[in-house]
Design a protein around this ligand. Structure first.
Ligand code: SF4
Length: 268
């Protein structure tokens, strides 16, 4: 993995659609690309992690023109990937968020977020979502070998919740025929570890990502590729019939465990 420092002219990006998944008005990423290297993720294709060295200064400038709204931290690149231990850019951003009393939503897979509990507990409007692919060790090893273990992510969630920080899980991405038969176990576990909500989204197959995922699917089970071909037929998301069936399954389980659920609406 290579690291390169860059300067940016802006850090905040306005969200121009109704963000039903994360409920955000802006996104913010202090790093570009991600050392956790999950196979299904766009952030894992470039071997270089770009560190936005002037992130804090750029953020201070951006908020001079800011219309207050929730900032989503880490919707594209993990804000608590290993380099954050040294750089402390995410921590610096949180300090400004505290000073300005800005609502925020952090997405991560990393227990490093617990380092910043001192700030997080002082924020008036914060939620933290831990992303979970699966609790099946085989799937985790194949798709996200270098990310913190699901056990560590659940423990992190529990710690956050003990500190009165609203937490939940993002079941992202749902991998058809691989993770869609273990929702009950995952949601039950999330509930035991104090998740208040669940966000979910299906695997999207676009560009380079498609090739990388397809070659792994073929190694796992030769019957998967033809089934994916049928399910995704000339689309980047699975068929509507499949998504409707799975949505219902997830929502029924969430109701039983008293978790709110959020997903992207299906477009016919
Ligand atoms: S941790 Fe998140 S941002 Fe990093 S590679 Fe995995 S899915 Fe992508």
């Amino acid at each position: 993995m290579n690291y390169q420092s860059i300067n940016v002219s802006h850090l905040l990006r306005k969200i121009t659609f109704n963000d039903v998944l994360f409920n955000g008005a802006y996104t913010l990423d202090v790093y570009q690309n991600c050392a956790f290297g999950c196979i299904y993720c766009d952030s894992s294709y470039d071997e270089t992690i770009y560190i936005k060295k002037n992130a804090i200064e750029a953020f201070k400038e951006d908020i001079k023109l800011f219309e207050k709204g929730r900032i989503i931290i880490g919707s594209v690149h993990d804000p608590y990937q290993p380099i954050e231990q040294k750089e402390e850019l995410t921590r610096g951003i949180l300090q400004i968020i505290e000073e300005q009393d800005i609502p925020a939503h952090i997405l991560t897979k990393s227990p490093l977020i617990l380092r910043d509990l001192d700030i997080l507990t002082r924020l008036n409007d914060i939620r933290v979502t831990m992303t979970i692919l699966s609790i099946d060790p085989r799937i985790v090893r194949l798709f996200e070998e270098n990310a913190p273990s699901p056990k560590d992510r659940f423990q992190t969630m529990k710690q956050l919740s003990y500190n009165d920080i609203t937490t939940g899980i993002a079941l992202i991405p749902i991998l058809p025929y691989l993770t869609d038969n273990s929702f009950e176990e995952t949601i039950s576990m999330a509930s035991q570890f104090h998740a208040a909500y669940l966000i979910y989204k299906y695997l999207e197959l676009k560009g380079d990502q498609k090739q990388k995922v397809f070659s792994l699917l073929d190694d796992i089970d030769v019957t998967l590729l033809p089934r994916y071909g049928k399910l995704y037929y000339e689309r980047y998301s699975p068929s509507n019939e499949y998504m409707k069936e799975i949505n219902k399954k997830i929502e029924d389980i969430c109701k039983r465990y008293h978790l709110s659920s959020y997903s992207v609406p299906i477009i016919n």
